[in-house]
Design a protein around this ligand. Structure first.
Ligand code: 5GP
Ligand code: MG
Length: 183
């Protein structure tokens, strides 16, 4: 285990078993629909790769590069690093994100897809869902795991762009970000 991680929440094998279940559900729900998966980068790149290979349907994929976090706190505003995405007008969209926290990211992207890009429907799938009060009224349609309010890293999730390549999801030791706040 990485020395900056206080505890492991989900090992890779547990994550992949849960993705089997999610993919099965999504395959059933979208079996009669043409749909585009839009993945929110960077945090969801590993989740996307593992989940999409389990979905037994034709689909289109695009990625949207967005950021809202600075260190361990949400900045409160969404920064779109990229403005154009695939044409989804009249298509069903399944949004993928690594984690649902304040809800600002999902709700901003959802309304953009519906109001500006004219998507036929937008559902969302998150690997993790934090059990906190949302700042925006949004919930995910598919959830991998529900977690308490702790800062997690690994399996795509970062702290200042580190730890994304850990194979598991773990809680970051507080001293790692306290040290940075003091220095
Ligand atoms: P929201 O807009 O819902 O507050 O936050 C969503 C984004 O915040 C996620 O896509 C993720 O990038 C980041 N985020 C929220 N909580 C955590 C966390 O515990 N760990 C990490 N690494 N990122 C988080
Ligand atoms: Mg993210």
């Amino acid at each position: 285990m990485n020395e900056d991680v206080a505890k492991i929440l989900y090992h890779e094998s547990t994550i992949l078993s849960r993705l089997d279940e999610l993919a099965h559900q999504i395959t059933e729900d979208y079996s009669d629909k043409e749909f585009t998966v839009i993945s929110i980068l960077n945090g969801s790149f590993i989740f996307m790769a593992d989940l999409l290979r389990r979905i037994q349907l034709p689909l289109q994929v695009d990625c949207w590069s967005v950021s809202s976090y600075h260190g361990t706190k949400s900045s409160g505003s969404i920064n779109f690093r990229q403005h154009e995405v695939a044409d989804v007008s009249n298509r069903h969209v399944l949004l993928l994100d690594d984690i649902l926290d304040s809800g600002l990211t999902l709700s901003t992207i959802k309304s953009k897809l519906i109001n500006e890009k004219n998507a036929k429907s937008v559902k969302s799938c998150v690997l993790l869902c934090k059990n906190v009060e949302r700042k925006a009224e949004v919930e995910a349609d598919y959830v991998g795991f529900r977690i308490s309010n702790e800062f997690v890293v690994g399996y795509g999730l970062d702290y200042n762009e580190q730890y994304r390549n850990l194979s598991y999801i773990g809680v970051l030791k507080e001293k790692v970000y306290k040290k940075q706040l003091l220095s």
